[in-house]
Write a protein that binds this ligand. Structure first.
Ligand code: URP
Ligand code: ZN
Ligand code: ZN
Length: 465
């Protein structure tokens, strides 16, 4: 039997095991895993001695080419997926936005158009639902049939994205029947709006007030309400970008009761704090995103949540806006700063470094957080998220010893700053394969725009019962 490629001598890591084996690839799939696979049968050999072989990372929360706050996020599907690949992430789930009055299908078509000729690695979509007044609940079923099996709802941004509790409850009832998964942006937007207006009236307009007007209680209350609505509807729920201990406690309590409640956090909440927003010359604007950065002590609580499975996923919420031309829009008023930060490139290294190299959790838990659980919750498993015969050959040869200092000078994201500037990580991807093709080899990019495929996903309940 001939193989396109054999990756030999690496330590293969899945969520369950670590073992020395060769991995053979043919036609974009993993076709054999074993000791000393016959190299004479392979067209290409990739040596992974001293390295880990991980399943390609899955980032389930990105915003590429997204209109927001009077501008558009700076990475499109080409630059964003390319930067992701440099960081070892080979699948993205982005968000297609339904604007008020639109059919859900229009959101899907619009985002397919943005992605299809540009993506260099595979992608899928959640649909952001902002209006269910005109039969859009039924359209959720149609989208599930198209492989868009998860929906983001907002409890924040009144007048823009926010849905009321009745609409949220109806949407949850719909996914409890069609097997999909609701992803919730959980912050009490109505209360936050009052606090924001009061701050502005008092002349508090600097970037830091973005964080000071969005208290942790506003997040915890919304998480608690979201869980209660999901419980009443008999639906699973996934909390996005969880940022603080109070919200984490709500998730932990619900999971202790056996509810199908899941949550992600993001590297910014693990590495950065509200102190970053004190940066002079408006540079605090680089850290304006929602939920906001919290006091430093929350970081260790979140790391511990990842270790103990109170949190199940690390995503990035990659939503890049350039400091010079875009964040600038809010120089005189923090509410006009486009919300979002860049991060898609460094998720794997930041979580490996802070999680595994720092001794907080195992390399298997790392794989579970960045690839396997994302694949299982979002209907991609076992095609993605693991290393098994029959799975897509999305693979990362990862050097656990290589050190790197993160900087905007060297990153591949199309944005003029890094949130993690100067942070040194231990562990970097060396070679990255997407469906068997080498797309990144060290500093060389070997992929092509348009090679990425749209992934029709199974539902949450098809995989998780
Ligand atoms: O500030 C953020 N997080 N921007 C992206 C949109 C969202 O709420 O995820
Ligand atoms: Zn959000
Ligand atoms: Zn987001």
């Amino acid at each position: 039997m001939g193989f396109d490629t054999i990756i030999n001598n690496g330590s293969v890591v899945t969520a369950a095991d670590t073992y020395k084996a060769d991995v053979a690839i043919d036609g974009g799939k993993i076709v054999a895993i074993g000791k000393d696979l016959p190299r004479e049968n392979a067209t290409k050999m990739l040596d992974a001695s001293g390295k880990y072989v991980f399943p390609g990372g899955i980032d389930v929360h990105t915003h590429l080419d997204m209109p927001f706050g009077g501008t558009t996020s700076a990475d499109d599907f080409e630059t964003g997926t390319r930067a992701a690949a440099f960081g070892g992430t080979t699948t993205l789930i982005d968000f297609a936005i339904q604007y008020k009055g639109q059919p859900l299908r229009q959101a899907f078509d619009t985002w397919m158009e943005k992605a299809s000729r540009k993506a260099v690695c595979d992608y899928a979509f959640h649909c952001i639902v902002t209006d269910i007044s005109n039969g859009q609940l039924q359209q959720m079923n149609a989208l599930v049939g198209e492989g868009v099996t998860s929906f983001k709802l907002f409890m924040a941004y009144p007048g823009v994205f926010m849905l009321d509790d009745a609409s949220i409850f109806r949407a949850l009832q719909t996914t409890s029947k069609n097997g999909g998964l609701i992803c919730m942006h959980a912050e009490n937007g109505s209360a936050i709006d009052v606090i924001v207006q009061q701050a502005l009236a008092e002349g508090k307009k600097a970037p830091k007030y973005h964080a000071l007007t969005r208290p942790t209680t506003a997040e915890a209350e919304a998480v608690s309400r979201a869980i209660a609505l999901a419980e009443m509807a008999g639906a699973p729920i996934y909390i996005v970008h969880l940022s603080c201990n109070e919200a984490l406690e709500k998730v932990r309590e619900a999971r202790d009761r056996g509810l199908p409640v899941f949550a992600e956090t993001c590297p910014q909440y693990l590495y950065l704090s509200i102190e970053n927003m004190d940066a002079p010359d408006f540079e605090g604007a680089k850290y304006v995103f929602t939920p906001p950065l919290r006091e430093k002590w929350h970081q260790e609580k979140l790391w511990n949540g990842l270790k103990r499975d109170h949190l199940q996923v690390v995503s990035t919420d990659h939503c890049p806006f350039c400091f010079k031309e875009q964040k600038e829009l809010g120089r005189d008023d923090f509410t006009k700063i486009p919300n979002g930060g860049p991060g898609v490139e460094h998720r794997m290294s930041l979580i490996y470094s802070g999680g595994v190299a720092a001794g907080r959790f195992s390399v298997n838990r790392f794989v579970e957080l960045v690839a396997t659980t994302p694949a299982k919750l979002f209907g991609l498993y076992p095609r993605k998220g693991t290393i098994a015969v029959g799975s897509d050959a999305d693979l990362v040869i990862f050097d656990p010893k290589r050190e790197h200092t993160i900087s905007a000078k060297t990153h591949h994201m199309r944005v003029d700053y890094s949130m993690f500037e100067g942070i040194q990580v231990t562990g970097m991807p060396d070679v990255v394969l997407s469906r068997g093709r080498v797309v990144v080899d060290g500093e060389k990019f070997l992929g092509k725009a348009g090679q990425g495929e749209f992934l029709r996903r199974s539902t949450y309940s098809q995989i998780n019962g």
